[in-house]
Design a protein around this ligand. Structure first.
Ligand SMILES: C[S@@+](CC[C@H](N)C(=O)[O-])C[C@H]1O[C@@H](n2cnc3c(N)ncnc32)[C@H](O)[C@@H]1O
Length: 199
């Protein structure tokens, strides 16, 4: 576990040899690269790909009354020991509860398994998608054209997918799946994140 530059903590994954978040600021990354670009609002149904430490879910729940379905392969036990700033503590208890029981009231539902398979069982229509796997090099199965097509088919018209990556293969696959692709904000590095709109 390490402290990032905005004082929030993240984990280093030995399995993927990557951090769960940008070391420039884990909670800042959630807010600036996922919640804000997706224009999260009350009553949104969000598809969260890669629950991880639940920070994207946390920041969405903290800012609006939303429902979230999260796809995750392996929930790490370290979540239960993570400390967040005081103003987020109450909402992070919901995340810790969901990490234990895969559910928090009707606000969060976690579907355990490989997202590229579990996504095929969904038939909800989502208002926003957080695409937050490890990098395309380390986690290629969640950046494929087939996976993006599956995501696209579950999104509402004009809804937004946000992701931190701007890799050219990622953008090419997003475009081929039907998305309009735009630059997202540059946070903690020179390159932008990516916003993909279903039009
Ligand atoms: C970068 S972390 C996500 C960080 C998270 N969004 C957060 O806010 O804390 C990537 C997550 O994707 C999960 N993951 C990797 N491959 C997966 C797969 N094929 N299906 C589902 N989850 C996967 C990992 O276990 C990890 O929790």
């Amino acid at each position: 576990m390490i402290k990032t530059k905005d004082s929030s903590v993240t984990l280093y994954s030995e399995k993927y040899s990557e951090h769960y978040h940008s070391t420039s600021g884990a909670l800042e990354e959630s807010l600036k690269k996922f919640i804000e670009p997706c224009n999260i609002k009350d009553n949104f149904l969000i598809l969260d790909i890669g629950f991880g430490l639940g920070y994207n879910c946390l920041m969405a729940l903290h800012n609006s009354k939303v429902k979230i379905i999260s796809l995750e392969k392996e929930i790490v036990k370290e979540i239960q020991t993570i400390e967040v700033p005081d103003y987020l503590k109450k909402d992070y208890e919901k995340i810790k509860q969901a990490a234990k029981t895969l559910k928090y009231k009707d606000e969060i539902r976690i579907i355990l398994g490989s997202a590229e398979s579990t996504i095929k069982k969904l038939n909800e229509k989502f208002d926003a998608v957080f695409l937050d796997p490890f990098s395309p090099k380390k986690n290629p199965e969640l950046w494929t054209l087939e996976f993006f097509r599956d995501i696209y088919s579950l999104m509402k018209h004009n809804s937004i997918l946000a992701t931190y990556s701007c890799a050219s293969l990622v953008r090419k696959n997003l475009k081929e799946a039907g998305f309009k692709v735009l630059d997202g904000p540059c946070i903690g590095r020179r390159s932008p994140s990516t916003i993909a709109i279903k039009q």
